[in-house]
Ligand binder design. Sequence first.
Ligand code: SAM
Length: 309
Amino acid sequence: MLDKYNRKIDYLRFSITDRCNHRCFYCIPLDTKFLPFDNLLTTDEINILAQIFSGIGIQQVRITGGEPLLREDVVDITRKLSKYFRISMTTNGSRLRELAESLKEAGLVSVNISLNSLKEDVFFRITKGQLKPVLAGIDAAIKCGLFVKINTVVSQLNLNELPELVDFVSKRGIPIRFIEMMPIGRQNKGTIFEDQILEKLSDFDLKPVQIKIGQGPARYFITKHGNYVGIISAMSRSFCKSCNKLRLSCDGKLYPCLGSTYYVDVLEKLRSQQVEQLSELVKIAIYNKPLSHNMKDSTVPNTMNRLGG
Ligand code: SAM
């Protein structure tokens, strides 16, 4: 379906849980209180929503969180959604070693794995999590044939490590995307902008390339070794003009934009037996998708783990 600015909206990011076993400083505050399990969409509710979203033209769903692999029924959810959509996932990778095969068999096609450092101490400072399970998860995902990309949010803590991260992905033949930090649930400070990121990578002789890898907003470059490096410059360059996304939070609120405070409470409609109104409400949310996120001038009063990055 088209929004009022004629953008075709066919991509849904869906946070299936706000819980996470990591505490990335740019994403989840250390003292986060998680939602009661009853507030999360159930697999049956997700199934009803899948039919509605499919009916209004959504073609691709990215399952995210929180950490989606912490949800016990993640394989079942993947299987149900893959009947209607092309399924991708964003994960911290820490449980992928156990789950990659089953997810692939359930219909998962591609996976973006967060990797912010290759040094255990720096990894811990950024995420409060352990590096080894993540590295094992990356290799398991590649081995079972999932299409893998690496996501790195750039900060002062890992800026000097960007070349090592590019070498790491080059050895595995997978793309990496460096992400500018956004002020979601946090103050607008500490963002490392794309100019600084590109400067750190100057030894790789990056050349811009016109390719699209997946549905994301990254602009890609090719290194002198033939590896793809993407930059997601949400702050220094707006890509809102071509945004095709909706976001469904784990507690069933549909946001037409990451920076938006306006949402449709689909969980409330589902639980008060007003399912027949849902399709119309989703269409209204799409039609009213804002022209841009306006994050440069404000902090978004939401958290990434609930809303889904
Ligand atoms: N737990 C999973 C993970 O770590 O990838 C999925 C959820 S996480 C919210 C999804 C994506 O959002 C990750 O790529 C993460 O790096 C990104 N992200 C979270 N907070 C961000 C922020 N403030 N600015 C930019 N990207 C952010």
